[in-house]
Ligand binder design. Structure first.
Ligand code: PBS
Length: 283
């Protein structure tokens, strides 16, 4: 095979909220590229597979071992943070977010990352074999890193997860999930007229829905002329893993005739979707 054409990083997110010394919760989720493959709720002892290919090429036994490592980790993490906070006089409530994962690159290499945020701000990352505080992180975080760096067993486990387990998992997932990951899904598109932006004006909407993967190009046109007034909304995720985009154009009512909306996407080849204003919808 020709190998992966696009980038499919595995990104694992941990969100931990600590309300006070006796209440906290930790939730986890993980994505391969744009597709969410796992979820791990605070009230569950097991990581849930969201895709038929989520197990990758790992055996049941390998998953059980990993699951156990993460279960022990979740309990230890909560306890350790509570201890740091008592020892170093940090105020409740607070959130800790951890983002970790890896990407497999050409030639059997991989790149991994592990970053920790406190109250939404990056404070610590794992680099090579050590926890490294950001230079401008609070003093208590720097002290917590010193303490954490004394636990060689944990550092070795983190290193092993990042440099061996993660890329191994991703290599398997790229095989088991290949057809879904690499298969583009065509958007449908339709036009609408929105609330009049002013007297004698029209707000033309061009909706593009159900495409995968994410990048899409959509523009209001007059013939071959791109309309610079085209406003692009945010690309929004849909529940089925595809995306939605709306682009709008504010025009004088008399100038709407002859406008069209043009959509380009990898699923369409060179067959752009072109929808003409005034054909099919009330103008
Ligand atoms: C705002 C945050 C402040 C930053 C603080 C510094 C960063 C520290 C982050 C520490 C995260 C690990 C928390 C648990 C760890 O301290 C330790 O208690 C346990 N270690 C593990 O569970 C290893 C797995 C870590 C995965 C991390 C993924 C993000 C338990 O450690 C004990 O048992 C293990 C074996 O299970 C070892 O023997 C270890 O030496 C021992 O201490």
């Amino acid at each position: 095979s020709e190998g992966p054409q696009r980038h499919f990083p595995l990104r694992c997110l941990q969100i931990s909220s600590f309300a006070n010394s006796s209440w906290s919760r930790t939730d986890g989720l993980a994505w391969l590229g744009e597709l969410q493959a796992y979820t791990w709720r605070n009230d569950s002892d097991t990581i849930r597979f969201l895709k038929p290919w989520s197990q990758g090429r790992f055996s049941d036994q390998q998953w059980e071992n990993l699951q156990h490592i993460f279960l022990v980790y979740r309990i230890s993490f909560t306890r350790d943070i509570q201890e740091f906070v008592t020892m170093l006089h940090v105020d409740y409530p607070f959130d800790i977010q951890i983002s970790g994962g890896c990407e497999v690159l050409l030639g059997n290499t991989s790149k991994s990352f592990l970053d920790i945020a406190f109250q939404g701000k990056a404070v610590v990352s794992f680099q090579g074999t050590f926890w490294v505080p950001d230079p401008d992180s609070p003093p208590w975080v720097q002290k917590a890193c010193k303490v954490a760096n004394q636990d060689r067993g944990t550092r070795e486990t983190v290193q092993w997860l990042l440099d061996s387990i993660c890329p191994g998992l991703v290599r398997g997932l790229l095989e088991t999930g290949k057809s879904e990951l690499e298969k583009p899904v065509q958007p449908e598109a339709w036009l609408s007229s929105g609330p009049a932006p002013g007297p004698g004006r029209l707000l033309l909407g061009c909706h593009v829905s159900g495409f995968y993967p994410n990048p899409v190009w959509a523009m209001w046109m007059r013939g071959e002329q791109e309309q610079p007034g085209t406003r692009r909304g945010d690309v929004l995720p849909q529940a089925d893993g595809t995306w939605y985009l709306r682009v709008t154009l504010d025009v004088a009512a008399g100038e709407a005739a002859g406008l069209s909306c043009r959509v380009r996407h990898s699923s369409l080849g060179d067959q752009d979707i072109i929808l003409y204003w005034g054909r099919g919808q009330a103008s």
